[in-house]
Design a protein around this ligand. Structure first.
Ligand SMILES: [Zn+2]
Length: 429
C-alpha cells in the first residue's frame, strides 16, 4: 500500500525543532519514503488531504498499566500505599484474562483516539494485551509486572519467558517484550538478581517503578541504608537498558547515577499529582541530559490515558514548582512524548520522529477548531492548546487505524459494553 498525505504542516521532531509548512509525506507499506515536494505523477493508493491539519509523530506512552482501566474511578482520593494495599491489590487478585482483555482494548481505543501510537505496559495476563495489539494495530512493549510471592518466584519468571517467546518481534515488529520487576520494595535483592539474569538471557530491557513516593525512599534507607536508585544500581540493574517509572524523590547522587548509566526515567505528572506523590525534578534531570519521557501510569491513578493532558501538565506544573516560566518549554515536552519515549523503549531507530526511512507512526491533528486559532506558533499550540479529541487520523506501521476519528480496527461499542460488564462483575466478585 502507498499513502500520500498532501499539503500538510509537519512537526518532524527530528532534532531540528522546525515546523514544515504545506508539505507532503509519502508512505509505502510501513515506511516513510519521502517528505517535501513530491512528484505530481506519483501513484499513491490512498491520498489524504492535509489542509488545516498538523502531522506529528505518534505519541509514546512510556509507562502505563492499561488493564487498570477497569478500575477507573473505583478508588480515588487515597494515598498511594493505602490505595494499592487496601483497594487495588485485593481486586487485582481476582482478575481474569478475560477482564484484562476487555480492559486493555478499552484503553487502546482511548489511546488511539487521543493520539498515542505506542505504549509500554506493565500488568498481568499480558498475552491478552498481545491479542489486543494484534487487533488494534498499535505498537507496544509488553511487560509482565513481577511482585515477589513465596512459592511463585519461578512461575512468574517463566511467565515472562513464555511471553517473550510468544510475542517479541511479532506483527511486523510492532510488539516487544521486556522484563518488569514491579519495584525494589516488592522484589528482594536475590529475586532482582534472578530477574536480571532472565533479562540477560532474553537480551532485553527492564521496566520498573523507582522512587515514586517519599515513604518508599525512607523505607529503602531504613532497610538498605541507601535510596532505591542507589540500591538497584549497586545490584547491577542499570547495566541493562532500564525504563524507570516516576523517579520523583531523587537526590543529587540518584541523578548522577541515572545520567551516568543512561537510565530512562518516565515522568507521570497526573499520577504523581493525584496520588500526592510529589514533583519529579524533571527540569534538573533534563539539564543533565537525562533521556526523560512521559507516561500516564494506569487509568485508576490518572484517571485517563490522554497523553496531551500529560504534555500540558508536565510543562505547566514544573514552571510553577520551579517558579520559572522558562522551565520545561513546549518543544522539550513534545520531545519527551515522542522521540525520548522511543529511545526509552529501544525503538528510536524506527519511531519517535517523522523522518525518511522511519516507520510511519504518524498522527494528524485537526487544527480547524476555535481553540487552535490563531496559529502564531504550532509548537505552542501542540503543548498548550491541543486536546486529545483534536486527533483526527492515526497511522501506525503505515496502516490507517483511525480516520476522521473513526477507529478502523476495533469495534468500539462492543468494547465499551464488555469492559463495563466485566468491570462491574470484577468488583462484586
Ligand atoms: Zn505505574
Amino acid at each position: 500500500m502507498s499513502l500520500l498525505i498532501k499539503n500538510i504542516t509537519v512537526v518532524p521532531m527530528d532534532g531540528k525543532d522546525e515546523v514544515l509548512e504545506s508539505t507532503n509525506i509519502y508512505i509505502e507499506d510501513d515506511k516513510i519514503i519521502d517528505i517535501g515536494n513530491i512528484k505530481e505523477d506519483i501513484n499513491a493508493t490512498r491520498i489524504i488531504d492535509g489542509t488545516n491539519k498538523v502531522a506529528i509523530p505518534g505519541l509514546i506512552n512510556a509507562h502505563t498499566h492499561i488493564g487498570m482501566s477497569l478500575l477507573r474511578n473505583y478508588a480515588d482520593d487515597l494515598p498511594l500505599h493505602e490505595w494499592l494495599t487496601q483497594k487495588i491489590w485485593p481486586v487485582e487478585a481476582k482478575l481474569t484474562g478475560e477482564d484484562v482483555y476487555w480492559g486493555s482494548l478499552l484503553s487502546m481505543v482511548e489511546m488511539i483516539q487521543s493520539g498515542t501510537t505506542a505504549f509500554c505496559d506493565m500488568y498481568f495476563f499480558m498475552d491478552e494485551v498481545g491479542k489486543g495489539l494484534e487487533q488494534s494495530g498499535m505498537r507496544g512493549v509488553l511487560t509482565r509486572g513481577i511482585v515477589e510471592e513465596t512459592g511463585k518466584e519461578k512461575e512468574k519468571l517463566d511467565d515472562t519467558k513464555e511471553l517473550y517467546n510468544n510475542w517479541n518481534g511479532k506483527e511486523n515488529g510492532r510488539i516487544k517484550v521486556m522484563v518488569a520487576p514491579h519495584a525494589p520494595y516488592t522484589c528482594s535483592p536475590d529475586y532482582l538478581e534472578d530477574i536480571m539474569d532472565l533479562a540477560y538471557e532474553l537480551d532485553t530491557g527492564i521496566h520498573i517503578h523507582l522512587s515514586e513516593t517519599k515513604k518508599e525512599v525512607e523505607d529503602s534507607f531504613k532497610t538498605y541504608g541507601k535510596s532505591p536508585i542507589k540500591h538497584v544500581y549497586d545490584l547491577g540493574l542499570f547495566k541493562l537498558p532500564t525504563i524507570a517509572a516516576h523517579c520523583v524523590h531523587v537526590d543529587e547522587l540518584d541523578i548522577k547515577i541515572l545520567r551516568e548509566n543512561n537510565v530512562n526515567p518516565v515522568n507521570n505528572p497526573s499520577s504523581n499529582l493525584k496520588l500526592a506523590s510529589g514533583f519529579a525534578p524533571i527540569d534538573e534531570m533534563l539539564k543533565y541530559g537525562i533521556n526523560l519521557s512521559l507516561g500516564t501510569d494506569g487509568s485508576s491513578s490518572n484517571n485517563n490515558l490522554n497523553m496531551f493532558e500529560e504534555i500540558h501538565l508536565a510543562s505547566i506544573v514544573n514552571k510553577a514548582v520551579n517558579m520559572d516560566a522558562i522551565s520545561v518549554p513546549a518543544i522539550t515536552v513534545l520531545k519527551m512524548a515522542t522521540i525520548n519515549g522511543a529511545k526509552a523503549l529501544l525503538w528510536d531507530k524506527e519511531i519517535g520522529s517523522i523522518e525518511i526511512g522511519k516507520k510511519a507512526d504518524i498522527i494528524l491533528i485537526d487544527m480547524d477548531k476555535p481553540h487552535l486559532y490563531p496559529r502564531h506558533n504550532i509548537i505552542s499550540s501542540l503543548t498548550y492548546s491541543v486536546q486529545g479529541s483534536d486527533v483526527d487520523t492515526v497511522i501506525v506501521d503505515g496502516n490507517i487505524i483511525m480516520e476522521k476519528r473513526e477507529i478502523k480496527t476495533l469495534d468500539v461499542e462492543k468494547i465499551m459494553y464488555n469492559a463495563e460488564k466485566v468491570a462491574k462483575d470484577l468488583v462484586n466478585r
